[in-house]
Write a protein that binds this ligand. Structure first.
Ligand code: ASP
Ligand code: MG
Length: 593
């Protein structure tokens, strides 16, 4: 018999009427011939109210007791939901996380799921019950109640769907799906019919707060399709699966992160271990670093720029100052008036000129770009906060994201997917479900690097550079533009190209350099790009640090860095590639699948 998991968020169970409505939906699904597991969140603002209550008692609540308190919110909802189903004449049993056997680690308030037992769930389902599971909670080895972090019920739902090999995981919420961008900023944003896990992971981390990121990681890791839909209608919403909605289009969605702050460390000695020193100190304060740009050094010195959440700027600066003393950098500057605008799409990995289209549109709108990073499926620019909403709308327009295109059928058949998924579950048996997994560590030794130094900091420069490069038919892989030096008002732009296109690229770069009166052009004919890819790279902080440490330990100098949800790339000197690869394979041996 098919099995479906239906998750109802706080707004979908906010009062008795809504609880009854959700109950009817579950009953209908059961009557249509499915076994049904419901996962529910705390009613309405309950979790916030509980947090407030605790704050009235103490400003330092012990994390264990906080979890004891917060978990009551979901316990109320599951009990009421079971009563609602009974009142409608059907069988239902409510279960807490502990009763299901959701085992987690012992990290209160952001626990990770280790394993879930299925025997009791299966038995209750086979007896004809709708099983109602409390979201967001579990127990550690010592039977302490733990919670998974705000929004964690999504993760409970997808994890249950994964272990039960559910045919569907439906997430009922107060929006009707995932949009091409935030419709409050860009009114013409469109609901997508389908989005890939990787795209969704990037967008979720960029502030498209529809789903808990860890739930998408689960979906990806266990091949569990997720259907995000409205609890108010019967309309289909957005499917999150492994294929993109517009495989032929370079961009699927766009996002903005408004509260960013930029830190630049100037004049970092260009020797092994400096990035490690800086980022391990920031991570030591539990601050997550987002865009990282290290640009190739000039006269043996490099600039390293990165962004942190705006509220964490003071703490991050403190950490960085310590690192600066140790590595002997020149100075640190910061800017807390910036925002990040990104476009994401699986399709861009196979097309040229995507970055240029974005830069061009921003230039035409008179928007200055402070910093650029690109990954296989994402291009991010840092702009002034005042420009950011306009920038978002501009890129949404230029990639025509508002246009509804016919959605092609999925390339892989449902039964093949199910077989793959069964395989994944078998393979992952006996490990902790949410552990970091690295799928791949690779060395790409086929590229060369071009750097233009002393580029004027004005709108339109990046557009011009990459337009001419694209017109010359050159396929650009990584692009890194660092923040201009304080006072000097100049930027450094580096990019990588296939080695056989180096001469052509260099000629174009020199020409642009001369006409824009840049300081100079440098290049390296042999670079090695080392990449680590997998699931959970961002939510498991420290992957980049582990990578930097491994590379520094081998005495290898880092030239360029960029990071995304699913991959960290580091460019090193060409003759260090093999050594770096071996070093990384060792460093990640425990999590490499
Ligand atoms: N009730 C928890 C929260 O509000 C979990 C959830 O809603 O997913 O964060
Ligand atoms: Mg909630």
């Amino acid at each position: 018999m098919p099995l479906i998991v239906q998750k109802f968020g706080g707004s979908s169970v906010a009062n008795a009427e809504k609880i009854l409505k959700a109950a009817r939906r579950a009953i209908r699904a059961q009557q249509e011939g499915n076994q049904v597991v419901m996962v529910v969140s705390a009613m309405g603002d309950t979790t916030d109210d509980l947090l407030d209550l605790a704050a009235q008692v103490t400003d330092r609540p012990p994390a264990r007791e906080m979890d004891m308190l917060l978990s009551t919110g979901e316990q109320v909802s599951v009990a009421l939901m079971a009563m609602a189903i009974h009142s409608l004449g059907h069988k239902a049993v409510s279960l807490t996380g502990a009763q299901i056997g959701v085992k987690t680690d012992a990290v209160h308030r952001k626990a990770r799921i280790k394993s879930i037992e299925t025997a009791r769930l299966r038995r209750l389902l086979d007896e004809g019950n709708i099983v109602i599971a409390a979201g967001f909670q579990g127990i550690d080895d010592d039977f302490n109640i733990t919670t998974l972090g705000r929004g964690g019920s999504d993760t409970t739902a997808v994890a249950l769907a994964a272990v039960l090999r559910a045919d569907a995981c439906e997430i009922y919420t107060d929006v009707d799906g995932v949009y091409t961008t935030d419709p409050r900023v860009v009114p013409e944003a469109r609901r997508m019919n389908r989005i890939s896990y990787d795209e969704m992971l990037e967008l979720a981390s960029l502030g498209a707060g529809v789903m808990h990121s860890r739930s998408i990681e689960f979906g990806k890791k266990f091949d569990t399709p997720i259907h995000v839909r409205s609890s108010f209608t019967d309309q289909p919403g957005t499917m999150i699966v492994d294929e993109s909605e517009r495989p032929d289009q370079p961009v699927s969605g766009a996002a903005i992160t408004k509260d960013e702050a930029l830190i630049t460390v100037h004049g970092v000695p260009d020797v092994p271990g400096t990035s490690l020193e800086i980022f391990s100190r920031v991570a030591g304060k539990n601050i997550s670093v987002d865009m990282i740009v290290q640009n190739v050094g000039e006269l043996g010195k490099a600039d390293i720029s990165f962004t942190v959440p705006r509220g964490e700027l003071p703490a991050a600066l403190e950490a960085v100052q310590e690192a600066v003393r140790i590595v002997g950098a020149d100075q640190v500057t910061s800017d807390d008036n910036v925002a990040k605008v990104s476009v994401v799409g699986l399709g861009m990995a196979r097309q040229t000129g995507v970055a240029q289209t974005m830069f061009d549109a921003l230039a035409a709108a008179g928007i200055n770009i402070h910093m650029i990073t690109t990954s296989e499926i994402k291009i991010s620019v840092l702009v002034s906060r005042d420009d950011s909403q306009r920038a978002l709308r501009t890129v949404h327009q230029v990639f025509e994201l508002e246009k509804q295109a016919p959605v092609p059928a999925m390339a892989t058949k449902a039964n093949e997917r199910a077989a793959d998924a069964a395989d994944v579950v078998a393979r992952l048996q006996g490990i902790n479900m949410e552990d970091l997994t690295i799928d791949d560590i690779t060395l790409d030794a086929s590229q060369a690097r071009v750097t233009i130094q002393g580029v004027p900091d004005q709108p339109g420069i990046a557009a011009r550079v990459f337009k001419e490069i694209a017109e010359a038919g050159i396929f650009v892989d990584m692009i890194v533009q660092s923040h201009p030096k304080s006072g000097g008002g100049q930027a450094t732009v580096s990019f990588t190209v296939p080695r056989e296109q180096l001469e052509k690229s260099l000629a174009v770069a020199k020409q642009i350099g001369t006409s824009l009166k840049c300081k100079g052009t440098t290049s390296s004919p042999t670079i090695a790009k080392l990449s680590v890819s997998g699931v959970g790279l961002r939510t498991h902080v420290g992957v980049a640090i582990r990578m930097f440490r491994a590379i520094a330990d081998a005495g290898i100098n880092v030239e360029m860095i960029n990071t995304s949800e699913v991959r960290v790339n580091v460019v090193v000197e060409g003759n260090q590639g093999e050594k770096g690869l071996k070093q990384l394979q060792q460093a990640f041996a425990d999590v490499l699948r």
